[in-house]
Design a protein around this ligand. Structure first.
Ligand code: GLY
Length: 412
């Protein structure tokens, strides 16, 4: 198989690395990838737009294209590739609404009879203000932008003033509608499935860390680390997670929106059971970097089967191990006052059981320098989470660049 992975972050580095382990792989490229991936032996190609990718795929006789980020997934790329007879693992633009519109996602969840936080949709400023006014704030009020907001479209508001301000801010940045949601209390986790429109293979669970420091009120980030599996689900919860995917896929198929690709359920384990917070139509970043190294089965074979609607009866095997992924970010992240362009020094090779995944990096005069918020991450896999944690931290402490910052509590 000749494969192209589209994207340039740590998630795509982990996807390409896992696919590259397959016996069926002939050659793999990442578009556009990054200089860190190149340094680690992956072929990167500087194509980003749909026409450029189409030309590259035809020239290189690509058999399968795997789309990483939501931007590519929600674009016209899949439709154009498929029109040329090139397999593309991603949902259709219509099914992509699961992530692109929270109101659409809520409707699917309600139709599937799944537990999700009670919610109302405000179509304009007047209805938003009415919703704020009628909330008693004995529990916080969650206000969300309907569309894509790169993780920044959610405010948890403790009082009327905060809620009014949040609604105004969200409406200014993202427009209406806004979602007003009951605040759930519990432990968050991410669960992933590889889907072919009819069937799915469960890829496992992970927990990520969204805040820049352990303070839950500190600034939100793209993700500071993750561990897998999440470890706190009972066997009954695990059955429920499978049900969530099964019922949602059925509703989508019945509504003529079959879902293929990676489905990411943001869940919360509450005293009343598992609730679904949201669906995303892609793998999580950085959950992917924690999850994929635990997969034992031939991942590319499963991806091809998903793209060809042949997942029925497929099984997946995992290493019976735990993983921890720690992300190193640029000084100043997630503000726009970041310390960038600094030389990154990494060891010649990583210790056994650990892997390095690159994100916001570039080569300048022969040196790798940091060019984005999340710069790189280290995954360690071991029998226990605490062993994996120790290994990941030992490794990341051997990496240096001016301003480097990482949380010290990933996997605790
Ligand atoms: N880690 C959360 C996300 O990828 O959206």
């Amino acid at each position: 198989m000749r494969v192209l992975v589209v994207g340039k972050g740590g998630r795509e580095h982990a996807l390409a690395t896992k696919i590259a382990e397959s016996k069926s792989l002939e050659r793999i490229w990442v578009a556009p990838g990054n200089s860190g991936m190149k340094k680690m032996g992956l072929e990167c190609v500087a194509v980003e737009s749909t026409p450029e990718i189409l030309i590259f795929c035809k020239e290189q006789k690509i058999d399968l294209v795997v789309l990483g980020p939501e931007g590519a997934i929600l674009s016209d790329l899949k439709e154009n590739l498929e029109a040329q007879g090139i397999l593309c693992l991603a949902p259709s633009q219509k099914a992509g609404q699961l992530e692109a519109s929270k109101a659409f996602c809520k409707k699917v969840l309600v139709d599937a009879g799944l537990k999700t936080a009670a919610f109302e949709v405000a179509k304009d400023e007047l209805s938003a203000l009415e919703m704020v006014a009628k909330h008693d704030f004995s529990k916080p009020l969650v206000i969300k932008a309907d569309g894509l907001a790169q993780g920044k479209g959610v405010h948890v508001c403790a009082n009327q003033d905060q809620a009014k301000k949040a609604a105004q801010e969200l409406a200014t940045h993202y427009g209406f509608p806004l979602l007003f949601e009951q605040c759930l209390i519990g432990q968050e986790l991410s669960a992933f499935a590889l889907c072919d429109g009819n069937d799915f293979v469960f890829l496992g669970t992970a927990c990520d860390y969204k805040r820049i420091t352990p303070d839950p009120f500190s600034l939100n980030t793209g993700g500071m680390g993750a561990y897998s599996p999440c470890g706190f689900l009972t066997p009954e919860d695990e059955i429920e997670v499978l049900n969530i995917f099964k019922k949602s896929l059925k509703v989508l198929k019945d509504q003529n929106t079959p879902f293929s690709g990676f489905l990411f359920a943001g869940l919360m384990k509450t005293a009343e059971g598992l609730y679904i917070l949201e669906f995303n139509v892609r793998m999580g970043d950085p959950e992917t970097q924690a999850l994929l190294p635990r997969i034992k089965s031939d991942f590319l074979d499963l991806l091809v089967k998903a793209a060809k609607v042949q997942l029925k009866g497929q099984k997946i095997e995992f290493f019976d191990q735990n993983s921890v992924h720690v992300v190193a970010v640029s000084g100043g992240y997630p503000t726009n006052q970041m310390i960038l362009g600094k030389e990154i020094r990494t060891p010649q090779s990583t210790a056994e059981g650990t892997q390095l995944f690159f994100a916001g990096v570039m080569e300048q005069q022969g040196q790798l320098v940091n060019t984005g918020g999340r710069v790189l991450g280290v995954t360690a896999v071991a029998e226990t989470r605490s062993q994996a944690r120790e290994m990941a931290y030992r490794e990341i402490k051997n990496i240096h660049f001016e301003g480097i910052y990482f949380r010290e509590d990933i996997g605790l």
